[in-house]
Design a binder for this molecule. Sequence first.
Ligand code: NAG
Ligand code: NAG
Length: 270
Amino acid sequence: MLSPLTLLLLAPFLVVRVVAHGALASYIINDEEYIGYQPYAPPADQATIARPFPGIDPIRDPLSENLSCNNDGGPVGDGGKQLSAPIHPGDVITGVYGLWLHPFGPALVYMARCPGACVDSNSRDLKWFKIKEEGLIDGSIVYGNWGNGVVSKTGMYNATIPSYLEAGEYLIRHELISLHAIENGPQIYVECAQLKIVPREGESGQGRLPPSRYMVSFPGAYRSSDPGLNVNPFAPGGDEIMAYDIPGPAVWDGKDEESYGEALGALSNW
Ligand SMILES: *[C@@H]1O[C@H](CO)[C@@H](O)[C@H](O)[C@H]1NC(C)=O
Ligand SMILES: *[C@@H]1O[C@H](CO)[C@@H](O)[C@H](O)[C@H]1NC(C)=O
């Protein structure tokens, strides 16, 4: 364990490696800001859409029992108050990170339908589908731009709620996987929040969920051997590697045959 003074002295040299842990601080939906969970404040004082998490350190084990929402799966206890944010299909949700110093690795956003109210759901029991991913956006694994780099450059990460998703309660799961210290394993940063998808005025809220082949569990979606969890951006020859295999399932874009089939079926019932 390095002392704070040592860290301070090392900081200019190790800035990317040491002081860069972080977490999602708030969410912005339709110009409204929802404050995130503050891991170093007492839970009892917090009313938040975010699920609790123990601190800003990453999960290192892709099979961690805490991989769903960086906790034991439950909502905030000890008298804390758990809220959910209203959002429409097709709206943008901005995850605000503030300071983020890791530029290497993918950014991923998942959602899961809660069977009833999300405050009554354990995130470990839910089935998750991916709504956005950005791995290596361009260039090589060492000099190129990554999903993590979007956050280190802008301090935020935007995702659009699929416009074809059915109304109801969901958890949203933001994940940044950082590869800069891969010799000790990937650094997996995860936070979840509760959303209530409400139809736009004049719309029915009818929609759909992805077919089962898009659905995964956490843990379960990743293996330690996944190629995307074993990339070292600083390995020799990294400047010639221009491809990266993002972990987890394909993003559900709603255009798969099953969903289209149902949508067409619904149309032909008119
Ligand atoms: C899982 O999260 C809980 C907090 O909800 C924490 O107390 C526990 O240490 C974590 N377990 C692991 C294996 O990280
Ligand atoms: C993300 O959304 C925010 C609004 O919450 C907007 O100000 C920002 O320009 C968006 N960023 C990108 C890259 O689209």
